[in-house]
Ligand binder design. Structure first.
Ligand code: PMT
Length: 391
């Protein structure tokens, strides 16, 4: 596999040479990119000699004339490791600041990112760095925690670059994850549906589509080809997924049946309206003093229909539960004919609808439930898919 090793300007830069060699010994093709500060500590020639690849520093440096290295290297990397990663580079990456060749490549890449921070303990403990790391973690970056020890300033504390074997192990496990769903086609339903009352009003719910986007992103990070059938959701979907926008439950079902013929997994994250107005009025319903009765009829159960129509696919439903009791969610496995259910408690404000985080309970027909604990939606999605992929 191809690993891009980014090196930023810490005294521990010298250890990047060993890291590059260890990655090569593990069979990987290693490309190195230095920040300007790193190039003051170590020379690009060192890495060029070790890796037999060009080592980049300057954003405008082009090893092949007429090509754009910052795009090619971004696309061709199977994983990006930044070791050591300074406070400056960590903060730039958290905010998408493409200020030099290394940060430009990372911003342009969808490859899994690993960050091995190395800095003075006070800098590592600062709100700014911890905040930047939490942003990166919420976007699925793997943070390789530094070790306690003596740092360049002579102080002792948490901030010393993690030991090389730990860094290597993290890279190998992230690379292994990218293969877990390789070759699989995963279809995801996401977001709310809109059921028209007339041409200007509709019934909907509070789904933002963040969880659906996270599941799609996690499946991509695990090597799958991903198709999303998305209701009118606020959250952005990954560019590398094929997205089919729909509005109503009927449209979602029709599109899901159309695209899922070769699906290996189908995951129902969408909050589908269970009912819709029996007849939508065309134009605008005029106000009057009379009471208005809206007759609702049931919508199709999309995930149950897909489970019946696609017996070869592994179908997974989500369950929006109004409390922590998982007995109703467990019943949905049989009722909907799915392989497993991921239940979340939507009575809480800090998880479920609209929030950045979620807490999933993975329930299968048999066996003990598994609990993800509270984490970012992306991390919860990775947890879910990793658990299911290992069966
Ligand atoms: O979008 P976010 O703001 O990030 O919020 C995420 C979420 C809370 C919407 C998500 O995590 C979630 O719980 N999704 C499922 C919502 C839901 O409709 O739950 P349910 O228990 O009513 O339905 C169970 C399953 O049946 C779900 O997979 C649902 O997609 C599916 N279903 C339900 C009704 C229907 N008519 N057709 C369906 O396919």
């Amino acid at each position: 596999m191809r690993v891009l090793l980014g090196v930023s300007g810490s005294v521990s830069c010298y250890r990047a040479a060993d890291i590059a060699r260890d990655l090569m010994r593990a069979g990987h093709d290693v490309r190195v990119c230095l920040t300007d500060s790193a190039a003051k500590f170590v020379s690009p020639i060192l890495f060029e000699t070790l890796t037999e690849n060009p080592c980049l520093t300057d954003t405008f440096e082009e090893p092949i004339t007429g090509q754009m290295a910052h795009i090619d290297w971004a696309r061709e990397a199977d994983a990006i490791l930044i070791a050591p990663c300074t406070a400056n580079t960590t903060s730039r990456l958290a905010h998408g600041v493409a200020a030099d060749m290394l940060t430009t490549i990372v911003v342009a890449s969808t490859a899994p990112l690993l960050i091995a921070p190395a800095m003075n303990p006070s800098m590592y403990a600062s709100d700014q760095v911890q905040w930047a790391l939490s942003i990166l973690e919420s976007r699925a970056a793997t943070i390789i925690t530094p070790q306690e020890g003596d740092v360049a300033s002579g102080e002792v504390g948490l901030g010393k670059l993690a030991p090389n074997p730990e860094i290597l192990e993290a890279v190998e496990s992230v690379l292994a994850r990218t293969q877990l769903l390789a070759g699989k086609h995963i279809v995801v339903t996401s977001g709310p549906t809109e059921e028209p009352i007339d041409d200007v009003r509709f019934l909907t719910n509070r789904s933002s589509g963040k969880m659906g986007a996270a599941v799609a992103r996690a499946a991509l990070l695990m090597g799958a080809r991903v198709t999303v059938i998305a209701g009118p959701q606020a959250a952005a979907l990954p560019l590398t997924a094929t997205v089919h926008p729909v509005k109503t439950a009927d449209q979602m079902l029709e599109k899901a049946l159309e695209v899922s013929e070769d699906a290996d997994w189908i995951i129902g994250v969408a909050a589908v309206a269970d009912y819709r107005p029996e007849a939508a009025t065309s134009g605008k319903f005029r106000r009057s003093e009379d009471a208005l009765t809206l007759r609702l009829i049931p919508n199709p159960d999309i995930i149950a229909t897909l489970a019946a129509a696609r017996p070869k696919a592994r179908v997974i439903a989500f369950a929006a539960e109004p409390d922590a009791d998982i007995s109703v969610a467990r019943e949905k496995i049989v009722k909907k004919g799915v392989f497993a259910i991921a239940a979340n408690d939507i009575s809480r404000n800090d998880i479920g609808f609209g929030s950045e985080n979620n807490e999933l309970t993975l329930i299968r027909a048999n066996g003990e439930p598994q609990f993800s604990g509270k984490r970012s939606k992306l991390s919860a999605a990775l947890w879910l898919l990793e658990n299911l992929a290992q069966e």
